[in-house]
Design a protein around this ligand. Structure first.
Ligand SMILES: CC(C)(COP(=O)(O)OP(=O)(O)OC[C@H]1O[C@@H](n2cnc3c(N)ncnc32)[C@H](O)[C@@H]1OP(=O)(O)O)[C@@H](O)C(=O)NCCC(=O)NCCS
Length: 196
């Protein structure tokens, strides 16, 4: 399936995308707050190769974010699907050159449209390290609501992190500027991610 916004397209990554994703995410600034980092191109290729199985299992529904001129610029997806509770967690990264460009807004609008219009979800959660003010500001300006700090929540090779939890309920989305971004949803979502 594809999610098409005014500028960007979100689609599943294929093997040809792996070199670009590696180049974007090998920058330690990009993965500074993540549990993973890229040192070798094979790591990106392996990750892309495993994506269909993760989608089919309801584990991770990920999209590469594609710019019409620059090609792949980042990655975003839904994890921690809880069907009974109709929620999932949203995560995003962009190459450093694409921060502050509006790509985050459009890609979040696309995933929120998918979640609330097609998957039947009622809530999106986002976590960000307490030491990551840029990500916190980015979420708040899109309408995500700061809900509190979860202590020692993420274990990374470099340490254990407290995280700020943010939530976007369906009604928050409807009241937010994300809802105004026109998003075309083409194709069908993986059945494992449809909760109704
Ligand atoms: C997190 C990420 C997706 C956000 O996207 P972005 O395009 O950088 O976000 P935006 O520019 O739209 O918004 C960031 C806001 O934080 C503000 N900001 C930047 N540095 C800041 C700081 N140190 N303290 C407070 N606010 C800060 C910016 O000014 C901007 O707000 P404004 O537009 O109102 O001025 C992107 O930076 C990224 O990919 N980072 C690397 C991966 C990552 O850390 N992902 C998130 C993990 S939780």
């Amino acid at each position: 399936m594809e999610l098409r916004g005014p500028t960007l397209t979100l689609r599943y990554a294929g093997p040809d995308d792996a070199p670009a994703l590696f180049e974007l995410a090998r920058d330690p600034e990009v993965t500074r707050f993540f549990a993973w980092s890229y040192e070798r191109p094979e790591q990106a290729a392996e990750w892309v190769a495993g994506a269909p199985a993760r989608r089919a299992a309801g584990e991770l529904l990920e999209f590469v974010v594609v710019h019409p001129e620059h090609g792949p610029i980042g990655n975003t997806g839904l994890s921690e699907l809880a069907g009974r509770d109709r929620r999932a967690t949203i995560g995003t990264w962009f190459g450093r050159a694409h921060w502050g460009t509006g790509a985050n807004r459009e890609s979040k609008a696309a995933l929120a449209a998918l979640a609330f219009r097609r998957l039947g979800l009622e809530r999106l959660t986002a976590y960000t390290s307490t030491g990551h003010p840029r990500s916190q500001a980015a979420l708040e300006r899109l309408g995500f609501v700061r809900e509190g700090v979860l202590r020692r929540y993420h274990r990374h090779p470099g340490g254990i992190h407290d995280v700020v939890a943010f939530g976007l309920l369906r009604e928050d989305w409807e009241a937010s500027s994300l809802h105004d971004v026109p998003i075309e949803i083409a194709g069908d979502p993986p059945p494992a991610f449809v909760v109704r």
